[in-house]
Design a protein around this ligand. Structure first.
Ligand code: CO8
Length: 258
């Protein structure tokens, strides 16, 4: 497996974990880390032996945002010509289910990275926020769009205009996170969710993720049609035949991709 400078990648059966590892900078997202996360995730995504990927940080910080020290001296022209942070779009395009396991700070780009994942599990010590306004900028890796879709305009405006941080319970009430667990159990819970997902049929997982994400890109009528046509298409999967046959024969399904 490739060795990286700012992340650790581990495999456990059909699951993988990407751990952000810049502890001295509270996992601030610099260009190296972005490219490494994207490289690791897209490499794992091409591996049909992987059915779920966990992205996590340290106990103190999932990620405290984009690296302010790296950005501070950049000009508009630098940002524009390099299309700063566009590589994160490749993470959002990963087909394998992504699980964010968030402990501590998930601020700015850290919150945005967590929101690029499909399932967001928070330790009860997690803190979410989009504090960019306090630096004189705005969210730049999707915060104004994904946060608003996740928690609605009123709450998103509150967080983005004041820069305030919310705890795990408020984040759960707002619909930002999937579940909150004791911080000490976070990695175990995230691994259990990853294993559960990875047991499922891989093509069914891919289309389920596509169908949910389509809800953010289309009208209800278009989304419902996409869902129905995709549902019809699952009848072409060998795993669909096996899943339904196994149910009728009262035995566990043996999907091809696991
Ligand atoms: N970037 C760089 N370094 C950071 C960052 C960061 N985002 N966050 C923390 N660090 C560093 C600190 O500078 C410090 O380093 P050093 O020891 O060398 O001084 C170290 O991490 C530890 O941090 P603190 O001493 O500040 O730790 P505290 O426990 O006192 O505070 C906080 C923790 C509250 C998380 C505090 O560090 C903080 O407020 N960090 C910044 C949070 C923030 O503003 N994040 C948003 C960044 S901007 C952003 O994400 C925009 C994304 C869009 C860009 C898109 C471009 C297209």
């Amino acid at each position: 497996m490739t060795s990286y400078e700012t992340i650790l990648v581990t495999r456990d059966g059909r699951t993988a974990t990407i751990t952000l590892n810049r502890p001295k900078a509270l996992n601030a997202l610099n260009a190296v880390l972005m490219n490494e996360v994207v490289d690791a995730a897209t490499t794992l995504d091409r591996d049909q032996g992987v059915g779920a990927i966990v992205i996590t940080g340290s106990e103190r910080a999932f990620a405290a945002g984009a690296d302010i020290k790296e950005m501070q001296a950049q000009s508009y022209q630098d940002m524009f010509l390099s299309d700063w942070f566009t590589a994160w779009d490749r993470l959002a395009a990963v087909r394998t289910p992504l699980i964010a396991a968030v402990s501590g700070y998930a601020l700015g780009g850290g919150c945005e990275l967590a929101m690029m994942c499909d399932v967001l599990i928070a330790g009860d010590n997690a803190k979410f926020g989009q504090p960019e306004i306090t630096l004189g900028v705005i969210p730049g890796i999707g915060g104004s769009q994904r946060l608003t879709r996740a928690i609605g305009k009123a709450k998103a405006m509150d967080l983005i205009l004041t820069g305030r941080t919310i705890g795990a319970d408020e984040a759960e009430r707002a619909g930002l996170v999937s579940r909150v667990v004791p911080a000490s159990d976070l990695l175990e819970e995230a691994a259990a969710v990853a294993h559960k997902i990875a047991e499922m049929s891989l093509p069914a997982l891919y289309v389920a993720k596509e169908a949910v994400n389509r809800a953010f890109e289309s009208t209800l009528a278009e989304g419902l049609l996409f869902e129905r046509r995709t549902f019809h298409a699952t009848f072409a999967f060998e795993d669909r035949t096996e899943g339904m046959t196994a149910f009728i024969e009262k035995r566990p399904a043996k999907f091809t991709h696991r």
